[in-house]
Ligand binder design. Structure first.
Ligand code: URP
Ligand code: ZN
Ligand code: ZN
Length: 491
């Protein structure tokens, strides 16, 4: 017996069609008009849209960062993602300093044992010793075809230009893609202490320590290195005009460069959100920072007309009011313990979060909750708001992610032979976003109070239903690692 999605409108990046979709086992077996329901479980899709499950190519689940760990892990983050229509994601493995890429991979494989949806990994290089340079090609055999290098976070993840250049040369040879967090971390490391010394310690000053110029400069540097090495480049979380212009110049020169933005950058501004009264602005601290209304318009234009190809989230959530309970004492007695273990002792305990940076914006853990809301908010503001077509919505949130990162056509489209990752979308249903009802482990929501129209009502991962309205049907361990292919296209 298969599952027949009957009577809906299938939306792919290249068009909309009133067709039925038959799933057998984990894959899509047949697509056509009026397929026979005989012997199948029928999902009535009348009045609904049938779309590929979303792919979020930029997430940080269970990431040690900012003196704590991001809240959502490969269980809670997956559930939240699927409630928002996202059925796969790519998380960043972090190479431990002094360790190998495989050491990092082993740690992330362990984290992912409880996966509920499908996932893949990018490999973030933090320490490119000669033996690590030699290790890079072996990542392709592991199904990891993208490397990440941070041009920011000095003394934490930041690499220098030599490292970026060397990594790009090796990556180009093996058809891998290099991703960069493009901000000039050396300049930021000069600006931050000066601001703090001048008594400028509130969350808003985080954005003063990371002005758009340092993003534009670093983006341009990486783009030029792509031109020099021929290495495919993907600039993550682009926020502003100077960065978008640097990417456009590279593309006009024929360099193999691409970029994404993240959902939050279309909606939040430094002035309103980071500058909120008291310590509220900490909720919105991420790097690069949220910018201006003008930059938002630049991003909407760039995602529709180029040069941007993908909308992701950079999901990396922290409590606003964390650090509850004797966690320091616990951590001292459990050097290898994880925060979930600590919190499991008593649900009122919380790992440290944004409150770490009260009186010092530089100590606020950088990152935001968004994995659940990306598609609903983009649909509402983008498609309902007349800013993008439904096809472009699928392209930037499902199809391009699969193509750019070597998963297409297994993922990212409703086509015969693809994994049956399907979101049945009710275009008329309204939902008011709130931390009170979301599934992310976080005590606030970026889009609190926003009413969206158009939400996923049934979600399937490889033919298994995981979401039915408000009900969760998935389970730990169902999610599979997606090995990815090298030499993916430039979109
Ligand atoms: O603020 C952010 N973006 N946190 C997550 C780490 C990163 O830079 O992507
Ligand atoms: Zn980043
Ligand atoms: Zn990130």
């Amino acid at each position: 017996m298969g599952i027949l999605f009957k009577g809906g409108t299938v939306i792919n990046a290249d068009g909309k069609h009133r067709v039925d979709v038959l799933v057998e086992g984990e894959t899509i077996a047949q697509i056509g008009a009026d397929l026979s329901p005989d012997g199948h479980q029928v999902i009535d899709c009348a009045g609904k849209l049938v779309m590929p499950g979303g792919i979020d190519v930029h997430t940080h689940l269970d990431l040690p960062f900012g003196g704590t760990y991001s809240n959502d892990d490969f269980s809670t983050g997956h559930r939240a993602a699927a409630f928002g229509g996202t059925t796969s994601h790519i998380d960043f493995v972090i190479q431990p300093k002094g360790g190998s890429l495989h050491d990092g991979l082993a740690t992330w494989r362990k984290k992912a044992e409880k996966a509920q949806i499908d996932y893949a990994f990018h490999m973030a290089i933090t320490d490119l010793r000669p033996e690590v340079l030699e290790e890079i090609p072996s990542m392709v055999d592991e199904g990891i075809t993208s490397l990440k290098l941070f041009m920011a976070y000095k003394n934490v993840f930041q690499i220098d230009d030599t490292t970026l250049f060397r990594a790009m040369k090796v990556a180009a040879k093996h058809g891998m893609i290099v991703m960069v967090h493009a901000e000039n971390g050396d300049v930021e490391a000069e600006l931050t202490p000066a601001l703090l010394a001048a008594g400028k310690t509130d969350p808003i000053y985080h954005s003063h320590s990371r002005p758009p110029e340092i993003e534009g400069e670093a983006t341009n540097r990486a783009v030029m290195m792509s031109g020099l090495t021929g290495c495919s480049l993907y600039v993550v979380h682009m926020t502003c005009q100077s960065a978008v212009e640097a990417l456009s110049r590279g593309r006009a020169l024929g360099y193999p460069v691409m970029g994404e933005t993240c959902i939050q950058y279309f909606f939040l501004t430094a002035e309103e959100h980071l500058g909120a009264p008291g310590f509220e602005g900490a909720k919105f601290v991420c790097s690069p920072p949220i910018r201006t209304k003008h930059d938002q318009e630049v991003l909407w234009h760039a995602i529709n007309r180029g040069p941007l190809s993908i909308v992701s989230t950079d999901h990396c959530d922290f409590w606003y009011e964390g650090g509850v309970g004797p966690y320091e004492e616990w951590a001292a007695n459990h050097p290898n313990g994880d925060w979930h273990e600590y919190e499991a002792q008593d649900p009122t305990y919380r790992r440290p979060g944004k409150e770490r940076g009260k009186g010092n914006f530089a100590k606020i853990p950088n990152g935001l909750p968004a994995i659940e809301d990306r598609m609903m908010v983009l649909w509402h503001a983008g498609v309902n708001g007349g800013r993008m077509t439904a096809e472009r919505f699928v392209e930037v949130s499902c199809t391009n992610p699969a193509k750019v990162f070597g998963m297409y056509p297994r993922k990212g489209a409703i086509v015969v032979g693809a994994d049956a990752d399907i979101a049945v979308w009710d275009p008329d249903k309204e939902h008011t976003i709130s931390a009170k009802t979301h599934h992310m482990v976080c005590d606030y929501n970026l889009f609190e109070g926003m009413t969206v129209r158009g939400v996923p009502v049934q979600v399937f991962v490889r033919g298994k239903q995981v979401v039915d309205g408000d009900q969760w049907l998935g389970h730990n361990g169902y999610g599979k690692f997606i090995p990815r292919k090298p030499f993916a296209p430039i979109i």
